[in-house]
Design a protein around this ligand. Structure first.
Ligand code: SF4
Length: 399
């Protein structure tokens, strides 16, 4: 059982998608029939194809290219889940598409709602691998936190996901489908112009998105497409543990907001808490942040800093953080540590967190202390972990 106090809302047993044949880091097909357009399954999966691949897949089926635009609109603007709903298409075409193309959602194995309104979905793909995604609602908006990998190669010590080995990358369709599922639940179809409850997307779920860059990029382009979901790049944040060589590419190709999991101010400690630091130390990471394009365009980079009692929360740590951020348009998010079973840390006290925040504020940087959300359903920051792994561990007595 994932959580004791969770409100189990309902079980959505939707049909499953066929396996995607795309390699984990496949690039855009550039308009040619791509590998995923001609997969070995009997139906072509359309969700997750970029515009060129999408059109190519339709042309390959003998359709005129303008049909691609219509179907794209139905899928990503209207939220259609079957071809039958696409009433602007001739009936014969709908029938043909139903037998040759697949637009099914993955299965939602469980949906839980926190006492504070946060929603968490456990999404299962065709190969039975699972990820979690979380919606954090505010009064008139909300952020959807989505996953990019099943498990994670990195082993950040404060993170529950980091205790689960990487199983595989998600493909673009699996990433986009998390958004579609959340919008189905929240009832956000057709794409509203204003007043969206999924107003922001954060790539902060399971996995390191820059280690699955091509699929993440393709998915985000679909999410940003103005004729579909149409979410502005300014409302999308990609969070990285610090894959320095890809930070610049992320800014140049996607231009989304950047968040960096910093969590320590010297290499010795960060090597322990965020081990990727051994490969890309703090100085290199901060230099990449200084060069990040959106940073120069007055959008601030968010530095995530989890507050670990007696580990990284002293006044001198706070002062060192202010010095580190010199020259970076930055904001610091102070995250109270969210414990999970077997976690090696405790959360700093309230007083300690406020003293830490005061020093950062005095140094000229905003440093809100995040209010934990969804703790009762293990949906808070650093707590995500797919159920299959938990079940396996429970059986082996590890947690
Ligand atoms: S914090 Fe992110 S990068 Fe680090 S282990 Fe967790 S999921 Fe992976």
């Amino acid at each position: 059982m994932l959580v004791a106090n969770a409100h189990s809302l309902e079980q959505h047993m939707t049909s499953t998608s066929p396996p995607h044949s795309e390699s984990p880091n496949a690039t855009s097909c550039g308009g040619l029939p791509p590998k995923e357009c001609s997969q070995n399954t009997d139906r072509t999966s359309l969700i997750g194809l970029d515009r060129a691949c999408f059109e190519s897949a339709l042309v390959k089926l003998g359709e005129r290219s303008y049909r691609a635009k219509q179907i794209w609109h139905w899928l990503y603007y209207q939220g259609a889940r079957t071809f039958d709903e696409m009433t602007t298409l001739p009936k014969s075409l709908r029938t043909r598409l139903s037998s040759s193309c697949n637009i099914d959602r993955p299965t939602v194995n469980r949906m839980q709602q926190s006492e504070d309104g946060a929603l968490k979905w456990l999404v299962q793909f065709a190969d039975e691998r699972e990820v979690e995604c979380v919606h954090i609602p505010e009064e008139d908006r909300g952020a959807l936190c989505i996953s990019s990998q099943v498990g994670c190669t990195l082993t950040c010590r404060f993170c529950h996901t980091g205790t689960q080995k990487l199983v595989r990358n998600l493909d673009a369709g699996e990433i986009v489908n998390q958004v579609l599922i959340a919008r189905d639940t929240i009832g956000e179809w057709p794409s509203p112009k204003d007043g969206r409850m999924i107003s922001n997307i954060v790539m902060m779920g399971m996995g390191e998105p820059l280690y699955n860059f091509d699929n993440v990029a393709r998915a985000l382009r679909i999410i940003m497409d103005g004729e579909g979901i149409s979410l502005s790049r300014r409302r999308i944040t990609l969070s990285t543990a610090g894959v320095v060589p890809l930070i610049e590419r992320c800014g140049r190709e996607l231009g989304v907001n950047l968040a960096v999991s910093l969590h320590a101010v010297d290499d010795e400690l960060r090597n322990q808490i965020v081990p990727i630091n051994k490969k890309y130390p703090i100085a290199d990471l901060l230099e990449a942040c200084r060069r990040y394009p959106s940073g120069r365009n007055s959008r601030r980079i968010t530095f995530e800093y989890v507050m670990l009692k007696g580990v990284n929360d002293s006044d001198s740590d706070a002062r060192a953080l202010v010095r580190l951020l010199d020259g970076v348009p930055a904001k610091v998010n102070l995250i109270p540590f969210n414990a999970w079973p077997g976690a090696p840390y405790q959360c700093s006290s309230n007083n300690r967190m406020h003293s830490f925040a005061d020093i950062i504020n005095d140094g000229g940087y905003s440093a809100p202390i995040r209010v934990p959300r969804g703790r009762d359903i293990l949906a808070a920051c650093g707590q995500l972990k797919s159920d299959s792994e938990q079940v396996k561990r429970n059986h082996t007595g590890l947690s």
